[in-house]
Design a protein around this ligand. Structure first.
Ligand code: ZN
Length: 345
């Protein structure tokens, strides 16, 4: 790929890169799952599939049965399966999950995310489980927000827990999912290469002003962790554009039907649906900062390296062909709905 040469051309019309990976994705269940799997396969070769279903993926048999459901949809998307860490998870279960093909376990502190009411309240109580994950060479993915702390401070408040985990399990590969703050970025950079972070498209594009404005919430921009300040956004963007090897793409694309988003009372469901627009948006953003040559590493190399996976063999081509993002995909409003994008898959 001679992107560094290609970008010299003023009117670059096509961009071919290794087919990307999405290292944080919600593929849901039922009818929604059947639509999401093929849509994801249009943009991504592999996806790390989140386990927060109802009921969650906890045991080896849960994992096998979800994998079977996903595979039955029929697509060439390669599934990287995960399990949800529960207060009841044991080292024996970790060994069985590894045997069943799990690549990562996900830690959700209680109450911070969708379907996390049954999450973990005492991280230290799981130390024997983290030890087993370290021995089994599994990745620990963390939703790094401290329960009971305000949405703007919750990630920063969680960082000492992350640091303690790394100190106690230096060989355990840990991912701070959807990093959203300057403090989070700085913490990751201060730790060794066994700790990384996924970065979403929406945290690179939006700030809290795009989520809340004059007491009004834009439900389609509402997620946890919430998009933060312009200072936070800029440092995320600089870090990603610099090609820092500890930061790689994970969309956290989390579709919710419009009816559970556009509610007249109460809190909208949390999650941004970005799968169909993620690559065009990233291409536009990287191009804007004259770093299109670094897009491929961010979406198709650094994450695979962290997960100790080979680079994908397939490639994907983006064309400069402006299109308007649909208002809905199967009842779900995507990020950038109704707006124009320069690049098309
Ligand atoms: Zn998520």
């Amino acid at each position: 790929m001679l992107l560094s040469e290609a970008k010299e051309l003023p009117a670059m019309t096509e961009l071919t890169i290794t087919k990307p990976d999405d290292f944080h994705l919600h593929l849901r269940q039922g009818d929604l799952m059947k639509q999401l799997v093929p849509l994801t396969a249009e943009s991504f070769a592999r996806a790390l599939v989140m386990p927060n279903l109802q009921p969650p993926v906890v045991s080896a048999s849960d994992l096998k049965s979800y994998q079977k459901d996903l595979a039955a949809v029929g697509s060439d998307l390669q599934l990287l399966m995960t399990f949800k860490l529960m207060p009841s998870t044991t080292p024996q279960m970790v060994a069985e999950l590894r045997q069943a093909g799990a690549v990562a376990g996900k830690l959700y502190p209680q109450g911070v995310s969708v379907n996390s009411e049954d999450g973990v309240t005492d991280v230290e109580a799981l130390y024997s489980v983290f030890d087993a994950m370290q021995e089994q060479n599994l990745v620990l993915c963390i939703h790094g927000e401290m329960p009971g702390v305000g949405e703007m401070e919750a990630e920063t408040a969680f960082l000492p827990t992350l640091q303690a985990l790394h100190t106690n399990f230096p060989r355990l590969r840990i991912v701070l999912e959807h990093v959203s703050t300057r403090a989070g970025v700085e913490m990751i950079k201060s730790l060794s290469a066994t700790v990384g972070a996924t970065v979403t498209v929406h945290h690179l594009l939006l700030t809290i002003d795009d989520v809340r404005h004059d007491h009004h919430i834009n439900p389609h921009h509402y997620c946890r962790p919430v998009c933060k300040s312009e200072v936070d956004r800029k440092i995320l963007l600089e870090t990603v554009l610099s090609g820092h090897p500890q930061f790689f793409f994970g969309s956290d694309s989390a579709p919710h039907l419009k009816a559970t988003k556009e509610v007249s009372t109460g809190e909208p469901s949390r999650g941004v649906f970005s799968t169909p627009v993620a690559l065009p948006l990233l291409a536009q953003l990287f191009e804007e900062y004259d770093q299109l040559s670094r897009l491929e590493a961010f979406v198709a190399q650094l994450g695979a390296d962290f997960y100790q996976l080979p680079k994908n063999k397939d490639s994907i081509t983006l064309q400069r062909s402006p299109w308007t993002v649909p208002q809905e995909y199967f009842g779900v409003v995507p990020l950038w709905a109704g707006k124009t994008l320069e690049w098309k898959i």
